[in-house]
Write a new protein. Structure first.
Length: 190
């Protein structure tokens, strides 16, 4: 295969730049101060331009550039967003469609749809006027799980009306309190 002519590579870079720069700048502006966002985007496109022949040989140049951009923004902001948080930010705050998000990030539209669904499931209840794309790191434990006195090696299903079977069973079976919890738990007996 013959190498591409410089004019073709230059034109393709400018087309890539024109397509991706607005969304990249909006994303960076949502997470960084305006001057930091401008610097992050200009550094990204300097990197892309310097490695353009390598970038266009990638399976998905948009995905390569997106990975570099999210690394730069994460480094400058001090916080790394998950892919679901990125998709939610694009969709909910920046008002991009699923197809636009897929184009910018180099993901398939079905993947973006899945990420948006995951983001909706993990979204915290927000106050009026707060950011709609705020997320919890991990959902808190239920009240029953915090009250269970038994050290359960295997998660068990319980409700407020049905206590954990491992909590009551060792005493009922006449086993000593210091016995092996794995043997005492009804789900792990051999």
């Amino acid at each position: 295969m013959k190498p591409a002519r410089p004019a073709v590579l230059t034109n393709s870079f400018y087309a890539f730049y024109d397509l991706h720069r607005p969304a990249y700048h909006s994303y960076a502006s949502a997470l960084l101060a305006p001057e930091e966002a401008r610097i992050a985007v200009s550094h990204l496109f300097d990197l892309v331009a310097g490695n353009w022949t390598t970038v266009v040989s990638e399976r998905c140049p948009s995905a390569w550039a997106w990975r570099q951009h999210t690394r730069v923004v994460a480094r400058r902001s001090g916080r790394t967003l998950t892919a679901a948080e990125d998709a939610s930010l694009f969709h909910d705050k920046l008002r991009l469609s699923v197809d636009q998000i897929a184009t910018v990030t180099g993901a398939e539209p079905a993947t973006v749809t899945t990420l948006l669904a995951a983001a909706r499931r993990t979204r915290t209840p927000t106050r009026v006027g707060s950011r709609s794309w705020a997320f919890l790191a991990r959902p808190p434990a239920s009240v029953e799980a915090r009250r269970c006195p038994a050290p359960c090696p295997t998660p068990c299903l319980r409700t407020a009306s049905t206590p954990c079977p491992a909590a009551a069973e060792p005493a009922a079976a006449g086993e000593p309190e210091g016995g092996d919890a794995r043997q005492a738990h009804p789900l792990t007996r051999a």
